[in-house]
Structures are given as structure tokens and as C-alpha cells.
Ligand binder design. Structure first.
Ligand code: NCD
Length: 325
């Protein structure tokens, strides 16, 4: 499915430029991304309260529509909606009538008839959440929880939030995205988000078979040697080898990949002393990342998960036109 940028933008924003759906970072202005981060900042503390709830989405209904496996994204969307006091339903696609031949359009019509206000969609096809956003009634919103290789905008925003919290800003930073960029919706959304937010230098690092052609056109530099790619970096974002999306063998073996591209403590010496290591999860220990790094002092992988709730709360509240206090 092809997704045109101008359509993306128009579909996501209302005529006043407010967020109506959240489908892709591409085409969104810096001010809007900063507003998401600032609002998320106000939601972070909710998780530390004795009563982890604010009433902003009371009476609203959110349906999580996940056609692909997910741990972090589904759970944190559910927690985010619950902490905003919305009613949340998780559709178990395996158990639904989609398995009995019902079309996606018909499934949606039925779920809309239940007066749903918002769908969070994860789908294996690039463009699926755009398709759904075009189908739903005008008062219904769609958030993309990851579509094929295309986009995962809330993951990019929680990564940006983590970077801003730990590093204080974006302008002075050199960031490297390492690994299987070709199959990664996270990498695409991160590149758009970090470029828009003003990161000084953005690099992608990996074997040529795992980097998309013409990726430089997005304003990144390309490196094939890990130590060169992470040299002098402030932030290293690791990606999982997404073997389920590879149509043919693009690598000799996972073991060989680790030998050349696996991030170890020793290799990290090429980066700045205070560099942080990020990963959207699920991590494959001993494939793209060594356990000592994943569990070590530079890793902010679990902070990313916690911040994901606040960022998703911010996006949901903004779409519903609600501001945190
Ligand atoms: C990612 C995804 O599903 O796109 N994970 C996530 O959402 N936290 C990355 C991956 O699958 O490797």
C-alpha cells in the first residue's frame, strides 16, 4: 500500500492543525512534536501516585486492535488509556470473526456501532492504519501502533522523550540507529522525529543488505562499520533483527551478525563516555546486543518502556482535545 505524505498530513490534522489521528511522524511540525513531549512530561508523575488515574478520558471508549503480536506497545496503550480513565477493550484477533472471513471493513463497522471513540491499530501491512483512518466516522480517531515496515509514531515519540529527559535536548546530539533499518518501522519514524526535533547528526549503521536504498535522502549518513558509526555518539539506538519480515536470507547467521554488529561493552568505547543505549524491544540478547550492555549502566531500555505510558497518554489526550493540568 502506498502512502502519500500530503494525504498523511491532512488526514492526521484538523483544519486548525490539531491532532485528529496519529498515524505517522512524517509531515508533522516540530511544534506539535514538542507539544506531545511537553504534555507527556506532565503525565509522567501519574505513574508514581497512589491512585494512578486522571479523569481526562472518562466516558470514552478505546479499542486496541492488534493483528500482530505485541507486549510493550499493547500493554502500555492499555495502561495509558486506563490511567486517563477511558474504557478499554482489547480485541483478540485470533478469537474474532476476522478468522471466520469477516472483512476488516465489516469488523470496523461493527466496532464503531459500539460507539468506540478511538482505535489503536497494529497491523502487518504498511498503510493499514491509514486505510482504517479513512474508513471510520468523522468523530472516531485512529492511532497507529505499528504498520508493517512503515511507521510506529508513538515509539519514535517515546524514544525522543527518553532522549530529551536524559540528555536535556536534541540540538547538540549525535545519534546512531544501528541494525536492521530496512525492516524497521521504528527506524523510519525515529528518523523523521529526530530530524524534525533538530538532532545535529543522525547516522544509520548496518550491513548494506539491512539498510534501505537511498536512505541518505532522509538526511542521515550511512556507515557499515559499527565502530565508525557509533564513534563520538551520544545516543545509540539498537534495532532487532526482524527475521519475520525478511523475505530471503540477508545475513550469514545471527552468530555472525553479533560478531560484526553486536553491541558489546568493548565496542561501546568508540562512543562518548556518557553515551546511552536504547532499544525498542523485544531485545535479542547475543544477536544485536550483549547482555552486559542491555543490563548495564548505559542502558535506558526499561526507562523507554515506562515513558511509553506517559507519551501514549499525551497523544490520546491531545487527540481527544484534552490538556493535562
Ligand atoms: C517494535 C515493533 O513491533 O515495531 N517493538 C515495539 O513496538 N516495542 C520493534 C520490533 O519488533 O523489533
Amino acid at each position: 500500500m502506498r502512502v502519500a505524505t500530503n494525504v498523511t498530513q491532512n488526514l492526521q490534522l484538523d483544519p486548525q492543525g490539531r491532532l485528529r489521528h496519529f498515524l505517522s511522524i512524517e509531515g508533522l511540525p516540530q511544534a506539535l512534536l514538542t507539544e506531545i513531549l511537553d504534555n507527556a512530561e506532565r503525565f509522567v508523575g501519574v505513574g508514581d501516585r497512589a491512585v494512578k488515574k486522571v479523569p481526562l478520558l472518562r466516558g470514552k471508549t478505546v479499542i486496541n486492535l492488534f493483528f500482530e503480536p505485541s507486549t510493550r506497545t499493547r500493554t502500555t496503550f492499555e495502561l495509558a488509556a486506563k490511567r486517563l480513565s477511558a474504557d478499554v477493550m482489547n480485541m483478540n484477533i485470533e478469537m474474532s470473526s476476522a478468522r471466520k472471513g469477516e472483512s476488516l471493513r465489516d469488523t470496523l463497522r461493527n466496532l464503531e456501532a459500539m460507539h468506540t471513540d478511538m482505535f489503536v491499530v497494529r497491523h502487518q501491512d504498511s498503510g493499514a492504519s491509514f486505510f482504517i483512518a479513512r474508513q471510520v466516522a468523522p468523530e472516531v480517531s485512529v492511532i497507529n501502533g505499528g504498520d508493517g515496515r512503515h511507521a510506529h509514531p508513538t515509539q519514535a515519540m517515546l524514544d525522543a522523550f527518553t532522549i530529551r529527559r536524559v540528555k536535556g535536548g536534541f540540538e547538540d546530539l549525535t545519534v546512531a540507529i544501528v541494525g536492521d533499518v530496512a525492516h524497521s518501522r521504528v527506524a523510519r519514524s525515529e528518523i523523521h522525529a529526530l530530524k524534525t526535533l533538530g538532532v545535529r547528526e543522525l547516522r544509520v549503521v548496518g550491513p548494506a543488505t539491512l539498510l534501505p536504498a537511498a536512505i541518505e535522502s532522509l538526511g542521515v549518513s550511512v556507515h557499515h562499520v559499527l565502530e565508525d558509526g557509533i564513534s563520538g555518539c551520544d545516543v545509540i539506538i539498537m534495532l532487532r533483527l526482524q527475521q519475520e519480515r525478511m523475505e530471503s536470507a540477508l545475513l550469514p547467521s545471527a552468530h555472525e551478525y553479533f560478531r560484526i554488529y553486536g553491541v558489546t561493552e568493548k565496542r561501546l568505547r568508540a562512543a562518548k563516555r556518557d553515551a546511552i543505549v536504547m532499544h525498542p524491544g523485544p531485545i535479542n540478547r547475543g544477536v544485536e546486543i550483549d547482555s552486559a550492555v542491555a543490563d548495564g549502566p548505559r542502558s535506558v531500555i526499561l526507562q523507554q518502556v515506562s515513558y511509553g505510558i506517559a507519551v501514549r497518554m499525551a497523544v490520546m489526550a491531545m487527540i481527544m482535545g484534552r490538556q493535562p493540568e
